[in-house]
Structures are given as C-alpha cells and as structure tokens.
Design a protein around this ligand. Sequence first.
Ligand SMILES: *[C@@H]1O[C@H](CO)[C@@H](O)[C@H](O)[C@H]1NC(C)=O
Ligand SMILES: *[C@@H]1O[C@H](CO)[C@@H](O)[C@H](O)[C@H]1NC(C)=O
Ligand SMILES: *[C@@H]1O[C@H](CO)[C@@H](O)[C@H](O)[C@H]1NC(C)=O
Ligand SMILES: *[C@@H]1O[C@H](CO)[C@@H](O)[C@H](O)[C@H]1NC(C)=O
Length: 704
Amino acid sequence: NCQLSSAPENVGEVKVVDQNETSITLTWEKVNDFSYYTLRYDENGEPKVEIINAPPQGTSVKYVVSPLTPGTKYSFTLITVFEEVHSTGFSFDSVTVPLVVDYVNVTDRSLTSVTLTWKKVNKAWGYVLEINGVRETFTPDQSSDVSHSVTPLKPGTAHNFSLVTVFSELNSTAFSGRAVTTIDCASVEWHVSTSSIQGTVEGEFTSATATYNLQTHVSPGGRDVSFTDLVSGATYEISLKYNTSSELLDQCRHDITVFPSPPSNPHCDYYGGGYSASVIWNKPVGVWTTVEVNVTGESYKVDDIEEQKIIIQGLQPARTYQVSLNSVSGHERRSNSLVFSCSTDPRGVIAGSVIGVLLFCLLVCLAVFIFLKRPDIISRKKPFISGSKQTKTKGTLIPVARFPDHFNKLNVDDNRGFSEEYEDLAPVGTNQTQKAAELPDNKVRNRFKNVLPYDWCRVKLSTLNGTSDYINANYMPGYNSNREYIASQGPLPATVNDFWKMIWEQRVKGIVMVTNCTEGGKIKCEQYWPADIKPCLYGELLVTVRSEEQNLNWTIREFSVEHKNTSEERSVKHFHFTAWPDHGVPEGSEVLIQFRELVRRHIEKEGARAPTVVHCSAGVGRTGTIIALDVLLQQLEKERGVGIKEFVHKMRLNRPHMVQTESQYVFLHQCIMDSLQPNQKPEDNIYENADLIYENATALRELR
Ligand SMILES: *[C@@H]1O[C@H](CO)[C@@H](O)[C@H](O)[C@H]1NC(C)=O
Ligand SMILES: *[C@@H]1O[C@H](CO)[C@@H](O)[C@H](O)[C@H]1NC(C)=O
Ligand SMILES: *[C@@H]1O[C@H](CO)[C@@H](O)[C@H](O)[C@H]1NC(C)=O
Ligand SMILES: *[C@@H]1O[C@H](CO)[C@@H](O)[C@H](O)[C@H]1NC(C)=O
C-alpha cells in the first residue's frame, strides 16, 4: 500500500509548558494517533537525537527535554515517525532559564551610597537590580564583573536589594541581599562631661564602644549611646558596628575628648616683692596637656604637665587679682574655669609707707629745726639739692617721646655723643678681681686672654671629683632679676663638656648662639652639639638633636639632654642666629628684633626660672648686644622709656667688655629707634635725618 509508505505529517504545534535551568517541558497533539516521534537538537555543539515513544492512550504527548545547559537557546526539530518513515520535521526554538548569581558583594559603603559587585556567570546574560524602589537593567557586555554604585541613599539605613539574571526574557530566581549605609558620628550631638560621653544616634548599628589606651567601654544598647566612668581629658575612639550574621560592619568612628578635670587646690604665693605672684595648683586627675592661667586679661599656658606653678610677672604689690585657671586637653577645655583671688605681697608697700611716714616726720622736724635755728639756709638763692654732677650719671630713663631727640643729639658731629658715652663706660667694673680665670690650670680654658670673668659673679661648676669649678661665664642681670642670663664664651674643644655641665647644673632651658662656628676662615666656636641625629656623650650628658628647623637668618634646634647616671632627660632649645655676616652687621635691626622675639617667647614659656645661656665667641660683644636688646625692649614696653647707657653700665659690672664696640652701642640705639617705628623704612625716616642713617650704617659695618 503506497498510501501507507508516504511520509507522515508533522505535528501542528509544540507548546513549551515549563522551563527551568536544566529542562524544557514540551506538549503536542498526536498526529493520527501515532506514538513515535524523534526530537533533534544540538547540545554543546553535539547533535542529539531523542526517540520518543508516547503512551498509546490520550491524544497529546508531554515530554521533558533534559539535561540541558542553563540560559541557552535551543533549536528543536520534532519529527513524526510512522513505520520507519519520517515526516519533514516541525522546527521551533526555546530557551532554558539562566542561573542566579552566586553572590553579590557590597564592596564599598558610605553615608549615601553603596557599591554592589558581582561576577557574571555568562557574558550573554543581562541583569536586573532592584534596590530602594529603583530598578536598573544591565545589558550584556564583555566585562566579567559588574560593579555598580547606588546613590543617593539615606545614611545609616539597611537597604534590601534583589538581583535577577535575565536571558531571552526569562528571569532566574532572585538573589536577595542587604546593604547598609554608614552613619555620620560626627554630626551626632554628643554631650560630654568630665567622665562621660552621651548621644542619640540615628541609624542602624548593633554595638557601640569607646576605646582609650586599650580600655574599651560598651554602651548598654539602643539608640541612646552612653559611656560612663571615663578618664577625664582622655580622647576616646567611638566606634559603632552593625552585625549582619556573617560580618561585623564598621558604621562609624569618631574621636571625642572627655573634658579634662580642673587642677585642684589652686592658690597663690607672694613672689618678687609683690611685682610678681606665683600661682600654684595640684595636678588634675586624668589626662591633660596644658594648664591655662588667665590674669588681668593675659593668658599663660603651662605645657609641661609636671609643672604645677607659674610665676606671673608685671603685677603691682598689695593688690588683689582675679585669677582663672583651667586645664586643657588637646582642644578641649571645661566651659567653666576655676576663678579665685590672688593677693600680691604688700610688705614692700607697707615697709615703704612706714619709711615714707618716718621720712616725712624727719623732713618736718628738719624744716622746723631749720626754720627755728638756721633761717639763713632758707633765704639762700640757690636750693641746696640742685644739679650736682653726681645725680646726672645714674638712673636717667629716656622716655619714648624724647628718644628720637636724644638719638639725634648723640649723633651730631660724627657720633660725638655716642663716642663720649661709650668712652665713659670704658673703666666701669674693671677694678674687680678675675683670680679664678688667671689660675695657671684655668688659663687654657679661656678663648681670649683679655676676656676673663669677674670672680664675684662667675658661674661655678660642681667639683665632685676634684675637677675645676671654672668656666668662662658670668651671670647677667635681666629685666626681672640679677641672674636672668649667663653670658659665656663659645666653648673650646677642651671646655665643651664643662659647657654642658653648666647647662645641666643651672637647669638651662634655652641657649642663644650669636655666632657661626667658623667665620671668615677663623674658628669662632667649637660645634658643641652632635652633627647629626646620632647622640653624643659630653662628659656625663648624652645629647641628641631632636629637631632642627633652618630659616634664612637662624636655625632653631631642640636638644634632649640625658644624664647618664640618673637617666633624667630634659629638653633644651637652641636659638642659633646665623646671619651675623663675617665682617658686618645683621641686615638692619629688624631681623635681630624678630630673633629676639622668638627667644623672649621661649623664656616666658619655659625658661623664666633658669638663666638663659647666651654666647658668641668671646661672649661679650654680640652677646652683650643681644642681652641688652632683650632687656631694653622689655623696659621700653613696661616703662615707656629706656636707659641704654645705664644697662650697659650694669652689665659691665658683671663681665668686662659687654657690648664690645662703639658700633654695637650705636646699633642698640638704632634697634630702639626702629622698634619705635617698626614699619618705617630708613628712606622715609620721619626724623628727617637721612645722613644719620648713612653714618650709622658706616659705623655698623665695623660691628662684629
Ligand atoms: C526542572 O523541571 C523538571 C521537570 O518539571 C524537574 O524534574 C526538575 O527537577 C527541575 N529542575 C530544577 C533545577 O528545578
Ligand atoms: C567580596 O569582596 C571581598 C573583597 O573584595 C572578597 O575578599 C570576598 O571574597 C568577596 N566575597 C565573595 C563571596 O565574593
Ligand atoms: C522578569 O523580571 C522582570 C523584572 O523583575 C519582570 O518585569 C518580568 O515580568 C519578569 N519576567 C518573567 C517572565 O517572569
Ligand atoms: C583665658 O582667656 C582666653 C581668651 O580670652 C579664653 O579663651 C580662656 O577660656 C580663658 N581661660 C581661662 C582659664 O579663663
């Protein structure tokens, strides 16, 4: 029967009733009740043929094609088979469901954004990400990773997201995750006291800790973060974390300094005959960096935490001052300072007024006596206390307003006034003994034969092992006391150890050096400090250069000095003025005045209770000039007047040749002039004395 051997018909239609990652489920209506079908498709490039023997009952066939590759498009051909004759084949396409991503990593988080990263499973698949109500589609490209940052988001919030892989309109199952934005700890209103930190934090976190010095405090929980029993003045790191069952996320970190506790038991002592007072306290509890003392609108800072007092200068005797005291830790201080009253020593004033009253009585008695017994004295034309030579030599303070005139007067006739005044000073002090300096053993310890310290105020070294107590150095008066400085010669190779011994024994905090080690090829001073960061041992003192800061005209160093035997360590500041040229003067007075300002600030901050060492080569010329400058500028400020000659006179009583040349003497005057008119350029000097400047410049060129 040729009818029977003709090819059977194809199926009319094939329906895909189900798809998943590895299978596709098909149904179709049988053709003429035939039971045999063949399905052809390619799997991984290999042709596959499946023979389908449908059960005889029923009119439709259901068949699951499996196993297949996920997310792949297949072209099928379904062939009807009857009596080994095949139909032409019904062709159709279908796809499998793509795989879900393995993992979505939150690779970056900030206050308002999160970055999600995932690995592509197959480069032909797309993705749909849904987060915070927004859906984004990623169409396939060649990269193997997708990294996507989502913003703006609300800070401190957990955002759920889902990621679906898409292939040919088929969605994989969703990957669900959660990304948490961080919290802005710094914007929280923290309430800080001397022992606690509290604040209400908006945002997701599961634990809050505060850590200082390896000690960690834990907040009890909830939005109200609270840490108590903290160390006063300490800086705590506040850390909030969020625990997602798999990891601990850092939500924020923030440093907060607990208020320092105040110094306790503050009080005052008399000091400096009532012109100063010492303010004393007990150390605060906990941590602090500075104790701040305010008196009469001036603020003083004591940065050395071992120090428990400060001398306040510039006060008047027999007065009561309001003193306020506070401790500071970093930038943090308590809002309310301790305020107390401090009285200055009234004894001088009382003694003074007693003496005044006595003097007054005496004068009255004298007047009565004269009136009764010697009326002739009263009737004399010339009063008996008038202008003798004697009264002129001492104690003449030139007030600020009269200084320019005074300056001009000294300057006329080729500096004649300066020369005369300077000549007058030549014999001052020279009749005093210099025995120690002249001892045969000590001769080698002097740099110059003619610059020797007077015995009465030379600095003596301790003499434990029978060593000499001699060093070429004298105590020098300052504005506030008679031992404010030590003027010393520049150390010789043989006296470097002695020099450091002096620094240690006199508890010196600052060294002012106004020379270079060599100038014009001549050695002016031994380099008595280490040349690099390696420590050097000088006698029993180990000296290390901790820092060095070079400026155009000076270098500032910080030495640490450690005593070998006791391991006590102190720091000493080195102010090295490098711009005194070989044969000349510093460029104008301004640079030296600035340098002096640095030194003064250091003395006021640290060095007020120990002498400051000043040296050049001989320790008299430049040394005398800079000491005088420092003192005179203080006098100018406090008394609105200066006594230059008087002060040089005073220095000459302590050490010979102080202010060694006339030009240095002139220079001192010039400095005072210039500091009266700090912004005045020499050209437009208001004193209309152009040649004065010129002449001084000539004179100053000789200054060394
Ligand atoms: C896919 O579907 C088939 C038929 O419904 C089922 O047997 C198989 O377990 C499914 N596979 C997956 C991975 O769900
Ligand atoms: C998530 O990212 C981190 C850092 O990039 C990586 O170390 C980690 O293996 C990733 N995790 C997963 C599951 O991919
Ligand atoms: C696939 O997912 C998208 C978005 O998630 C949705 O709009 C679409 O209807 C889904 N398609 C199927 C076949 O489920
Ligand atoms: C001192 O004065 C300064 C500036 O006026 C002020 O900021 C500070 O709080 C005062 N300190 C004390 C201890 O009163």
